[in-house]
Design a protein around this ligand. Sequence first.
Ligand SMILES: Cc1cc2nc3c(=O)[nH]c(=O)nc-3n(C[C@H](O)[C@H](O)[C@H](O)COP(=O)(O)O)c2cc1C
Length: 206
Amino acid sequence: MKKTAIIYTSKYGSAERYAQWLAEETGSDLYKSDVQTEALSGYERIVFGGGIHAGGIEGIAKYRKIFKAMPEKEYVAFAVGLNLGDAERRECREINFRKAMTDIPCFFLRGAYDPEKVKGFDKSLMKFVKKAISKKPEHERTREEGELLDAIINGADYVDRSSLVPLAEALKSDEPVPLNNYGQDYDGALAEAIERLAKKKKDREE
Ligand SMILES: Cc1cc2nc3c(=O)[nH]c(=O)nc-3n(C[C@H](O)[C@H](O)[C@H](O)COP(=O)(O)O)c2cc1C
């Protein structure tokens, strides 16, 4: 396997759990995001990740700096969030992976939320999200919005080691990690699926 470093940022612990499991499973070295960029110079591949907060991946500013300093390395990302519908994944890619970073594959993993642990600005933000979803009539909410509202009120823990398998397997291979279907080719896949459904509907109507 390529010599790999895993770097993570985790405010509430979910991204940390995933990063530790991934390091264990792949035999990679594990770092927190305060690592010095120079300490990463000997690695061929850098995996970085963090929790998603208001669409941004925690630690992304640091990861951008590392990427800029060493663009020749292979990069793979993981993002841990509660609301991982198709639109949210695409939005997360758009917010975090711009310009030269657009082609970095990103794996999405489900996180956790404990209303007891959230304080300060984070608490106000979640209050705002709760209000925005609650305002919508129940039948107009997406499944993801319904789940998010439930998590904000009651807490949720979707952290699941088995969801790391595709990422761990991709890292174990010596091939470059391909853009998964939540990456660059996502729009194409979605457009195709919509087209297929529209054709099915039309066929039924005829
Ligand atoms: C203030 C705040 C904002 C959040 N925003 C998002 C979001 O935009 N999208 C999402 O999927 N999850 C969001 N979450 C849920 C977190 O991503 C989830 O709790 C994750 O497990 C956090 O990772 P960490 O435990 O490593 O910090 C948010 C959580 C908090 C507290």
